[in-house]
Design a protein around this ligand. Structure first.
Ligand code: OFO
Length: 169
């Protein structure tokens, strides 16, 4: 049976993952409006990943005999000045999520839930990957931002990203 404090911390994090999906959906819409379909595709994959992250935690709480309490998902911001400012926000957001996952892991350690600690190792590694992916796109965007041809080439590259359902845990 899952510890109550940890159950609550997982429910809060499920909400944060759903918020992340919602934020990236807003960004997908922003790029769609700009006719940057490759960037929009990159965000669409990101939405799927965040939903998978939420469900990984949801399934864990249920498997351990806990109860998932759903909370309101905040409205995300939905306007930015440029593709570069969108990706600066993504990196800032992912760094924030990394800090949340670390805090959640601290709760799991405090209540000595070894299975949860093991599950959260997957999320910790995933955050390293997420931050690296975003930094990569951000770096390319910094090079491309004042050159429409370079921006379109990057858009084409981002159109090739596909969602592969993660095996969590
Ligand atoms: Fe983008 O990260 Fe979830 O956990």
């Amino acid at each position: 049976m899952i510890n109550e404090k940890l159950e609550h911390a997982f429910c809060v994090q499920i909400n944060k993952e759903l918020y992340s999906a919602y934020l990236y959906l807003a960004m997908q819409t922003y790029f769609k409006d700009m006719n940057l379909d490759g960037f929009a595709n990159w965000m669409a994959v990101q939405v799927q990943e965040e939903l998978a992250h939420a469900m990984g935690m949801y399934n864990y709480v249920l498997e351990r005999g806990g109860k998932v309490t759903l909370m309101s998902v905040d409205k995300p911001e939905d306007s930015w000045n440029s593709p570069l400012s969108v990706f600066e926000k993504v990196l800032e957001h992912e760094e924030y999520v990394t800090s949340l996952i670390n805090e959640l892991t601290s709760v799991a350690e405090e209540v000595k839930d070894r299975a949860a600690i093991s599950l959260l190792q997957w999320y910790i590694k995933e955050q390293v990957e997420e931050e690296a992916n975003v930094s990569n796109v951000l770096g390319n965007l910094k090079l491309a931002q004042n050159d429409p041809r370079a921006l379109l080439l990057l858009d084409r590259e981002l159109a090739t990203r596909t969602f592969v359902a993660p095996v969590i845990g």
